[in-house]
Design a protein. Structure first.
Length: 623
């Protein structure tokens, strides 16, 4: 059986491990990732077995979908439901947790799409050359029925109220990515929205309303682009947030082959939509904040164009090499992913391949989708988790602290699931034990596969990997409750404690369904601390600020970041689980503009601590 499954496959260690694991279970992975000197009777090549009783072991934490009870009932509309002819109908969009009214409770922003008009055989298709290209592609919606984006206000009682109309954020179209940051330092977080079409910047007016300032801010370009993810960052450390925007494909429906027409339009012998291979890639953009409410495009000057066009999906900005300057990592579909190293002079250099994060350990390109970043082993360096397409594994890139990364996907235990198309992801300490776990959402792109009875389905469960604290993870998905095991075709997800009860919840965008609001039940049985950072010399949102939390000999670290997951935005507050510790021995915060470190000893557990740069702790609350 093993030889048959490997016939025609390139025999790399990754392929051998993946195929063998499907037949022999996790014990083979354990064996092949164990040094020879440690082999013995404790490691045997036998099928993995369930615990006594034949049932998965229980978990003290489960996730329950409370979206309907909470009033999070906005139905996503994204292309065809049962058939998708074009790639734009499959990619989906992100979602956001953010506190737009600064009341200390996370609100929800929901992206949305539309559907393509059906064209008769032989009927000319609209072209990018047409001024009304997107309008000619859109179905004709009845008055008042067109899908649009939504803003949901947190009522502080576990429910949300739709305030879209008052906010002015409702927009119709293919709205893809979302990221948050206070670009003008007025104390209110603004929101940037990517579209297939024209991306938009909305200024937060501080009174529950937003104003479209795209043209005023110098961000408007009179062309159709397929924006994907985005992130705010202060790449030159001048105290003003700059903006990085990823673009996926230059998509002209009039030039795309029909499903099945070429080799790029088939999957396992099934005719499917075409792409991304065979279609022209998009170019990423970098905008410098002028400090006066406007931006200047510096893409070429900064070196962002040098990698050429790529199928970019999700960018994140973190200081990966601990030099005090934010770098940019971009998950790229079907091509090498990008790591832009910050050269400290306004320019970047792509070091992704050299640093070991462009390909997998076998030197293969992957269909990069989502990105999560954390110091999962608490060694003081930020590591990268990246999701990919099915018949592949995700990637866990361990930061070696010298500018390079090592692909530790298999030795960490994360190479066991290959049947899912993987999207939104992130590190989150779901049980507050002080070690960041991994949460991942999945969903196929081809609805038609269900009738072919393959080993994959269109709707797929979520995955949770528990951090064992020794560099390894364990798949605990089956014991994590109905919110994890429910099947959807999901895309973006966001992480945050929406009910302020001390554990991290998950918000998930489900294609052509309502979102999932996964309430964490049981995570707050252990202790925690949450940090809300406010910049003064640095940007007001404190993006790029780094915090350490010390309990005994355990030292955790994280950074405030914009964007991530898949085209999504998570809570800007930093959440740290601290296990059974009753107090935090020390909190340290390094502010990104001045590099000054402020220290706060002996803080109580189970508190939300608000720290303002230069002013210290200005608020402590239990909720």
């Amino acid at each position: 059986m093993l030889s048959a499954s490997l016939s025609g496959m390139k025999l790399t260690r990754r392929n051998l491990l993946t195929s063998s694991a499907l037949l022999l279970g996790d014990k083979l992975l354990e064996a092949l990732s164990t040094p020879l000197a440690e082999w013995g009777h404790a490691v045997r090549l036998q099928a993995a077995q369930l615990p006594a009783g034949g049932q998965p072991e229980s978990s003290p934490v489960i996730f329950v979908d409370v979206a309907k009870q909470a009033g999070v009932t906005v139905e996503n509309v994204w292309g065809g439901v049962h058939h998708k002819k074009y790639i734009v109908e499959t990619k989906g969009s992100g979602i956001a947790f953010f506190d737009y009214d600064q009341d200390g409770w996370l609100d929800i922003y929901v992206t949305n799409g539309t559907r393509l008009k059906q064209f008769a055989p032989g009927q000319p298709l609209p072209s990018l050359k047409d001024n009304d290209y997107l309008q000619r592609l859109d179905v004709q919606w009845p008055p008042g029925k067109a899908p649009h984006t939504h803003l949901l206000k947190n009522n502080r009682d576990g429910t949300f109220t739709d305030v879209t109309e008052k906010s002015g954020l409702g927009r119709h179209g293919w709205q893809t990515g979302v990221c948050v940051g206070d670009y003008d330092n007025d104390g209110w977080d603004d929101i940037f929205l990517n579209f297939w079409g024209h991306s938009l910047l909305f200024h937060n007016n501080g009174d529950g309303t937003f104003t479209d300032v795209t043209r005023k801010a110098g961000l408007w370009q009179d062309k159709v682009r397929w924006g994907s993810g985005c992130c705010f960052l202060d790449y030159d450390r001048d105290g003003h947030l700059d903006l990085f925007v990823a673009h996926y494909i230059r998509f002209d429906i009039s030039e795309v082959p029909a499903p099945g027409q070429t080799g790029y339009c088939q999957w396992k012998g099934i005719p499917v939509m075409c792409g991304p291979r065979g279609l022209p890639g998009g170019f990423n953009q970098l905008y410098h904040n002028n400090g006066n409410g406007t931006f200047a495009e510096v893409t070429e000057k900064a070196g962002i164009l040098k990698p050429g066009p790529r199928y970019s999906i999700t960018p994140v900005a973190y200081d990966f090499d601990n030099d005090g300057w934010p770098d940019i990592y971009v998950a790229v579909d079907s091509e090498p992913s990008i790591l832009f190293h910050n050269n400290h002079d306004g320019t970047f250099t792509d070091v992704g391949v050299m640093a070991g994060v462009g390909y997998n350990e076998d030197g293969q390109e992957q269909a990069g989708m989502g990105v999560g970043v954390a110091d999962y082993d608490c060694d003081g360096n930020l590591d990268i988790f990246k999701t990919n397409f099915s018949d592949d594994t995700p990637d866990l890139y361990h930061n070696d602290g010298d500018g390079s990364f090592t692909d530790v996907t298999f030795v960490s235990g994360l190479g066991v699931n290959t049947q899912y198309v993987c999207w939104g992801c992130g590190f989150m300490d779901y049980d507050n034990d002080g070690w960041p776990d991994i949460f991942q959402v999945n969903g196929q792109v081809y609805p038609s596969i269900d009738r072919y009875h393959l080993d994959q389905t269109f709707m797929e469960p979520r995955l949770v990997y528990h951090n064992l604290g020794n560099g390894k993870f364990k798949d605990v998905s089956k014991m994590m409750g109905p919110g994890v095991n429910a099947r959807h075709s999901s895309r973006g997800c966001a992480f945050g404690d929406y009910d302020n009860d001390g554990d991290v919840d998950v918000l998930v965008l489900n294609m052509n369904q309502i979102p999932s609001l996964l309430r964490n039940e049981g995570g707050n049985k252990q202790n925690w601390i949450k940090l809300k950072l406010i910049g003064t010399h640095c940007n007001r949102t404190a993006i790029g600020a780094r915090a350490w939390v010390v309990t005994g000999k355990h030292r955790q670290m994280n950074e405030v970041a914009s964007g991530g997951s898949v085209m999504s935005q998570s809570d800007l507050r930093l959440h740290f689980g601290i296990g059974q510790a009753q107090r935090v021995d020390l909190v340290e915060v390094k502010w990104p503009t001045t590099w000054k470190i402020e220290r706060f000893p002996n803080l109580p557990a189970n508190r939300i601590i608000t720290i303002k740069e230069g002013a210290g702790i200005i608020k402590t609350s239990k909720q």
